[in-house]
Design a protein around this ligand. Structure first.
Ligand SMILES: N[C@@H](CCSC[C@H]1O[C@@H](n2cnc3c(=O)[nH]cnc32)[C@H](O)[C@@H]1O)C(=O)O
Ligand SMILES: [Zn+2]
Length: 425
């Protein structure tokens, strides 16, 4: 289908903002600016008084954890995981994973997210089903906790997920391996995952250096800091998306550069779990790809990427006492373009010819957008995601004028609540 978005204020790849027409043929952007004379639009969207950005990319989440939103708050990470989260996750059934991810899809589309990197399990094929139905873009990994007796089986499940779904749904689904963390995966298990990933040509999504305790225990147990330890297993050899990366020293940063590791920074989760402040301005200065994630909704507690854009812009200013740290445009790029890079989505994340048409329109009506000197600043410091009006992925409209086109929202909220009631009964 050919769609023309007319007269829209757009964020261009060089950071400039200008009023353009965006022509979309099937799944790709074919022009930004003047519309080609021979372009036949089947659908025209009036972009007047709308701000177009590449869709948000949530670079680290656990979608089905929407079911555990507000179930356990105000705890330390290890207490939270061991006492509350892991026991209830052990009760999750296949349908629960599905309805949790469906609830996540509603929330993501409504707040302008077009792609997400998910680490969860079991039954990640149910999340793939949600990606297919919702029209979102998903980078899925089967979370691998290697201490239980069924760790081999999980690794096989991740490999099967790769074989069955990598490149599925017109390429909207890609698959990575998902070792949870170095404290839940012994070195032998990390080596096995690395070998399997190498064999299939798959990348890896892992939690790294989230808390001070993780770093201290790693040094105690293995005589090395986390990045050196994990590098020694070969896990970083095939391309890596590393969530958190809060507690880093120079040696860690050198390894992140050496292995071209992309960082998914989760300011909301890091603040809520009091994990610490990642050295984001330094990482950006070093040329490292730093994207943004929400983490799961049990440590955030929502999937709203505009919150993360606003938090990253504010957190690093107060942390460094430098009001120039992480300016508005950088924050927005972290949430969009750098997110796409971090997920290895090479033709996503920029409103430019040839890229996939993953486009979000914000309505610029209302007090939070008035007066409008600088739409990028308004986005980073003033707007709410409730002004997300229209969402397109792969040229397909998932939400138009605030109405979801691919999902039955009422049914999804009902089913998710039903699952939550059963889980906590
Ligand atoms: N339960 C699955 C594996 C899930 S991997 C993803 C795991 O990450 C957990 N998780 C969520 N947020 C965080 C975080 O911030 N740090 C560490 N783990 C987290 C989450 O609760 C979930 O258990 C299985 O073994 O079959
Ligand atoms: Zn996480």
């Amino acid at each position: 289908m050919n769609t023309l978005i007319k007269n829209v204020t757009a964020l261009l790849p060089d950071g400039a903002v200008s009023v353009v027409n965006i022509a979309v043929a099937d799944d790709r952007i074919v022009s930004v600016g003047e519309t080609p004379e021979n372009f036949q639009a089947e659908k025209i969207i009036d972009g007047t008084a709308h701000f177009a950005i590449p869709g948000f990319v949530n670079a680290h989440t656990h979608a089905s954890m929407t079911l555990l939103r507000s179930y356990a708050d105000d705890m330390k990470l290890m207490d939270w995981l061991e006492q509350m989260i892991w026991p209830i996750e052990a009760k999750l059934r296949s349908d629960d994973i599905y309805w949790g991810a469906m609830l996540a899809a509603v929330e993501m589309i409504r707040s302008g997210t077009t792609a997400f990197a998910d680490m969860y399990g079991p039954d990640m094929e149910r999340v793939a089903e949600v990606v297919e139905t919702s029209g979102l873009r998903g980078v899925l990994s089967r979370g691998l906790i290697g201490v239980a007796p069924d760790s081999e089986k999980k690794l096989e499940e991740n490999a099967a997920l790769y074989k069955n779904f990598h490149g599925a749904a017109n390429g909207r689904i890609t698959v990575m391996f998902g070792p949870h963390a170095l404290y839940t995966c012994p070195p032998d298990y990390l080596r096995k995952i690395a070998a399997k990933a190498q064999e299939l040509g798959a990348e890896v999504h892992i939690h790294m250096s989230e808390t001070m305790g993780e770093v201290e225990n790693c040094i105690k147990e293995y005589g090395k800091r986390p990045f050196a330890h994990v590098a020694s297993t070969g896990l970083f050899d095939n391309g890596t998306l590393a969530a958190h990366c809060v507690h880093l020293d120079d040696e860690d940063i050198d390894l992140i550069k050496e292995y071209h590791i992309r960082v998914a920074h989760n300011p909301g989760s890091n603040m809520k779990l009091a994990s610490g402040t990642a050295p984001v301005p330094r990482l950006l200065e070093e040329g490292i790809c730093v994207a943004l994630g929400t983490d799961g909704t049990s440590s955030n507690n929502n999937l709203d990427m505009l919150d993360e854009v606003q938090l990253v812009a504010l957190l690093h200013k107060v942390h460094t006492l430098d009001p120039l740290a992480v300016p508005a445009l950088t924050a927005v790029k972290m949430g969009t373009e750098y997110g796409a890079q971090a997920l290895s989505l090479h033709d996503v994340g920029r409103l430019q010819v040839g890229n996939k048409a993953d486009i979000v329109l914000f309505s610029m009506h209302g007090a939070a957008w008035t007066p409008c000197y600088n739409p990028v600043s308004l986005l980073a410091y003033s707007a709410k995601s409730t002004s997300v009006n229209t969402v397109m992925v792969d040229g397909r409209i998932l939400m138009e004028n605030g109405e979801l086109k691919t999902l039955d929202e009422e049914r999804i909220l009902f089913e998710a609540q039903k699952v939550a009631d059963r889980l906590t009964k």
